[in-house]
Structures are given as structure tokens and as C-alpha cells.
Design a protein around this ligand. Structure first.
Ligand code: PLP
Ligand code: COI
Length: 341
């Protein structure tokens, strides 16, 4: 076990022992390689560098009270990586290669899996990119798939405490029929302007609206948005947001704890009517939203007047995190235990 201040870890990069890599060329994947280097050797004309032909994933391994290591819905991350790869014409990573590499990299870095009870987890970052050279605008004919891991704490410094969000209208992260539903790097570069604007105004994260009309809520930085109203879990339906696995899971959890569920366009004018609001994602888990500011229209919406997360957000958080760490039974079949780690 590494000697880290586990309960004080931010969401950041910590060097671990190994990463795993695999190269696709001549139409097939090669052998899985283990590397102790944090660097890659990349062709100066690779499509990843020039044309943004790359996609990534984000998932976590959790150490339970029973000492067991759990993965949460890894098949969904693999499926989304396939969708991202298809969307930008990259080679496909199949379930077996994906799982074998995840298992191997977690095993090899077992002493970086945070101990139970510290609130931290091992973040797993699969990355697929065009490593072949092209100068004309074409997909590569060689791809590299690698996975590194890093122990992390909460994405927002607030943890499971209310965050402040700013509505951004003067930049978009993804077009309605663009790459917003894929986890490709370009979306994140495109989100930096909004992120910086929110930070400069003293807010934790931007809220993006649909870019056609600026009427409907899209998502919150690197997380999906949800709200609670009249015993209903409400979350945006949009062609420019990432299909969050956490959000999809919270829809199930919400039904399980007695809420109705609506996935539909969510008009920004509904903001004052919500009883609770939150951001959700692998990194964000559930981050309750305490306040949303509409800078352009000089409006403020407050959701946690007493500074505490709302009752439904708390219940969903406890259920989701309870399943992930193995504290409560998993009625949904979402957990894969990695044996002998
Ligand atoms: N939206 C964006 C833009 C993201 O980057 C993420 C993180 O993966 C999410 C939403 C949440 O998705 P998930 O719950 O699958 O991690
Ligand atoms: C995640 O929630 O896994 C993310 O990828 C968010 C961000 C760090 C990109």
C-alpha cells in the first residue's frame, strides 16, 4: 500500500507503477504491453495530434469494507468507447480487450487503490487515438489503446456539498449533430472557454444550454444535469450531451427509491421551479447544486438555502455510492468484482 494522504486526494494525476497499451495495425490488435513510462512516443503527423482523432473513457475501481475491488458498469464504458470510435472512424476495442486491459492495469497498481472509508477511488482512464500518420484529412490506419490509472478524491473541492454553477451563453461545447454524444477530446477543449468564464466569475462549473436556441439545459461542465420536482427525477434529453452512465444509473436508482423519471428537453425557464438540482458523473458522482447564476440575465436560483444537499439527492447519493463500495446489495447487477486483488 502506498503512503498517500488518501482522504485528502484531489481529483488529479498521481504517478502510479504501470500503464497498459495495445496497438492496432494491419487490421488487428497486437499484444497487450505493460509500460512503466508515463510517456508515449507519437508520430509527428498522427491524426490524434492534428485532427483530434481520439476518444477516452472515465471509470473507477472501489475498494470495499470486505477488501474486494469493484468495477461499476464497465460494459457501459466499453460500449460508449465503441460509439465514440465509430463516430470518429477509429478502430473498435472489443469487450474482451477492454476488460483484460482494465483488469491488468488495476492489478498492476493494486497498491494505489485507496483504502475503504477514505472517500477516494482509483480512476481508470482508457484512451484510444489515431497513432498513424496522415497529412490529408483522413482517419489513421494505426490506432493505440492505452489505459492509465490514478487515485482520486472528489472532482469538485466541495465533495458531497453544494456547488455553484454559472449559465454560459457565449460559447458552446458541442453542436446539435456534432460530437457531443461522444467522449472525444475536442469537446473538452471547446468547453475551456465556458469553464474559464465560470471560474472567473467565482463559480465551480459552467452550465451549457442547447446551442441552437439557448433555451434548453444541456449539461454541467463534465457532468450531466438533473433536477427534482414533484417527486420526479428530471434530466435533459439532448443530441449534444454525453450519455452519462451515472445519470442512466440514477434514473434506475430514482425509480428504486420511489421517484418518477422524466428524460425530456428541460427549459431553462423551469429553473426556479426545481426543489433540488445536481450534477452527476463518474468524477462528479452526485454534486448537489446550491446555486445557479444566470450572469446575462442577472438571476440567481438557490437550491440549498440551509447549505445542505436535498433529501432526494442525499438518498440517491447514498444508494449509488453504497452499491459502488459494496456497502449495500446491488439489485441491478452493476458490479463486477475483480478477484484476488
Ligand atoms: N458529461 C460529460 C461532458 C462528461 O465528460 C462526463 C464524464 O464522463 C459526464 C457527462 C458523466 O458521464 P459518466 O457518468 O458516464 O461518467
Ligand atoms: C468523468 O466523469 O469520468 C470525466 O471524464 C470527467 C472529466 C474528468 C473529463
Amino acid at each position: 500500500m502506498q503512503n498517500l494522504e488518501w482522504s485528502k486526494l484531489p481529483f488529479g494525476y498521481v504517478k502510479t507503477n504501470y500503464n497498459v497499451r495495445c496497438v492496432w495495425k494491419n487490421g488487428k490488435w497486437g499484444e497487450i504491453e505493460v509500460s512503466d513510462s508515463e510517456y508515449i512516443n507519437i508520430h509527428i503527423a498522427s491524426t490524434a495530434l492534428h485532427y483530434g482523432q481520439e476518444a477516452f473513457e472515465g471509470m473507477k475501481a472501489y475498494r470495499g469494507k470486505d477488501g474486494k475491488v469493484r468495477l461499476f458498469r464497465w460494459e457501459e464504458n466499453c460500449k460508449r468507447l465503441k460509439d465514440s470510435a465509430a463516430g470518429i472512424y477509429m478502430a473498435q476495442v472489443d469487450d474482451k480487450l477492454f476488460f483484460d486491459m482494465v483488469k491488468k492495469v488495476v492489478e498492476l497498481n493494486a497498491d494505489f487503490i485507496p483504502p475503504y472509508g477514505t472517500g477516494a477511488s482509483l480512476y481508470i482512464r482508457p484512451l484510444l487515438y489515431g497513432s498513424g500518420a496522415k497529412v490529408g484529412v483522413h482517419p489513421a490506419d494505426e490506432y493505440t489503446f492505452l489505459i492509465f490509472v490514478t487515485p482520486v478524491g472528489p472532482y469538485f473541492k466541495e465533495g458531497f456539498n453544494p456547488v455553484k454553477i454559472a449559465i454560459i451563453r457565449d460559447s458552446d461545447r458541442a453542436a446539435p449533430l456534432g460530437t457531443g454524444t461522444m467522449k472525444v477530446g475536442g469537446n473538452y477543449a471547446a468547453s475551456f472557454r465556458g469553464l474559464e468564464k465560470a471560474h472567473e466569475a467565482g463559480y465551480g462549473s459552467p452550465m451549457y444550454l442547447d446551442c441552437r436556441e439557448k433555451k434548453y439545459i444541456d449539461e454541467i461542465g463534465a457532468a450531466n444535469f438533473f433536477a427534482i420536482k414533484d417527486n420526479t427525477y428530471i434530466t435533459p434529453k439532448s443530441t449534444s450531451i454525453l450519455p452519462s452512465i451515472t445519470n442512466k444509473s440514477l434514473e434506475e436508482v430514482a425509480k428504486y427509491i420511489g421517484l418518477k423519471v422524466e428524460r425530456r428537453p428541460v427549459d431553462v425557464a423551469e429553473l426556479p421551479t426545481f426543489e433540488e438540482a445536481g450534477a452527476c458523473g463518474t468524477a462528479a458522482v452526485i454534486s448537489p447544486i446550491g446555486e445557479i447564476v444566470d450572469i446575462d440575465e442577472n438571476k440567481h436560483y438557490v437550491y440549498c438555502p440551509d447549505g445542505k444537499p436535498g433529501k432526494w439527492s442525499t438518498k440517491m447519493y447514498e444508494t449509488l455510492v453504497g452499491i459502488q463500495y459494496g456497502d449495500i446489495p446491488d439489485p441491478f447487477g452493476w458490479i463486477t468484482i475483480l478477484e484476488n486483488i
